[in-house]
Design a protein around this ligand. Structure first.
Ligand code: TXA
Ligand code: MG
Length: 316
């Protein structure tokens, strides 16, 4: 795969490749995305094939402006209020699709709803602008595996099967966008992510629960996901075998063969930004498990714990 420095030329080349139906990996503020023309059934189909992702699991559509979003989905006062305050940013809204939307049904899993966001990253925005159409972009990893926060993660997972990645360095937020379903009377967090639930709650008032309805409405939310090769053991306070440690906060326990600290000062934003990178680095074949210290379930801690629980879930 070509790992391209970001220049006006490489962005133009990537946009041409996408317009011709090809796939390009590029950074967003959350994780690297695998970008494809959302108006092309063939391009979208290639995304599912390359990722090995079930076709029932819909993709997020990325746009560069609220005007562009309005062509794809019905906005009401609630959704308008939320996006005016949080876009561009790590917030994805699930809304009722607009009739006449150019997004192909393959991208939305055949649902009558569509998930949309404006990414807060100059490269992703430039790519959408240059392609001149909405782009579908799941995280640029194989289905169920760790999300990529660096161009090298993308290269390691896809190698020759993908033509190019635009190298924007390490991503800033480090966990995927928060997915909020606004198709019902109450907003529902389908996936905790880069904007804290508390922020959404402050804007919308009380939220509905994701539990069962969420699993059904968001077909992509498989229990085992974000999985490194090694086993993951949560809430570790001391070693249990030959383990490496994903630590959080000052004074982590000793006795692990390697330790990476998500944030020595206990800053959850810093921890989120380091999460996938450190899981990639700690993932080795000569260990019993990656042990993970407890992480508070507030702010971005909810997104971190969601990813860690899925990484630790039984695999099939
Ligand atoms: O930060 C992100 O959101 C990244 C970057 C690349 O933008 N993208 C990303 O996409 O995480 P992906 O495909 O890995 O996650 C898409 C999530 C899944 O949980 C899926 O179920 C949900 O969005 N989703 C998409 N369309 C939906 C819909 N119409 N209804 C409910 N959930 C939907
Ligand atoms: Mg993903």
């Amino acid at each position: 795969m070509a790992i391209l420095k970001i220049t006006p030329d490489t962005i133009a080349e990537a946009a041409r490749h996408i317009r011709a139906g090809g796939l390009v990996a590029a950074p967003t503020e959350t994780v690297y995305g695998l970008f494809a023309d959302a108006t092309s059934a063939k391009a979208v189909s290639a995304v599912y094939d390359l990722k090995g992702r079930p076709r029932s699991s819909p993709l997020i559509i990325h746009v560069a402006s609220i005007d562009m979003a309005r062509q794809l989905a019905e906005f009401d006062r609630r959704s308008t209020y939320l996006v005016q305050r949080n876009w561009p940013g790590p917030l994805t809204l699930v809304l009722n699709a607009k009739s006449g939307s150019p997004v192909v049904s393959q991208a939305t899993g055949g649902l009558s709803t569509v998930a949309i966001r404006i990414p807060d990253h100059p490269v992703a925005l430039a790519l959408i602008e240059a392609a001149g159409r909405p782009l579908a972009a799941p995280s640029a990893n194989r289905y169920g595996k760790l999300s990529p926060t660096d161009a090298l993660h993308v290269d390691t997972q896809f190698g020759r099967s993908l033509a190019m990645v635009l190298d924007g360095g390490k991503t800033r937020v480090g966990v995927e966008s928060t997915v909020v379903d606004l198709t019902g009377p109450q907003g529902i967090i389908l996936r905790p992510g880069g904007i804290a639930t508390e922020v959404i709650e402050a804007a919308l008032g009380s939220l509905g629960t994701a539990s069962d309805s969420g699993a059904q409405r968001s077909p992509g939310m498989a229990r085992s996901h974000y999985a490194p090769g090694a086993k993951v053991r949560l809430n570790a306070l001391e070693p249990a075998g030959t383990e490496v440690l994903l630590a959080f906060g000052p004074n982590p326990p000793e006795g692990f063969i390697e330790t990476r600290n998500l944030s020595e000062s206990g800053d959850l934003k810093e921890a989120a930004a380091n999460l996938f990178e450190y899981l990639h680095l700690l993932d080795r074949t000569d260990i019993d498990a990656i042990a993970v210290m407890p992480i508070p379930e507030k702010g971005l801690g909810a997104a971190i714990n969601d990813r860690l629980r899925r990484a630790a879930a039984p695999r099939y």
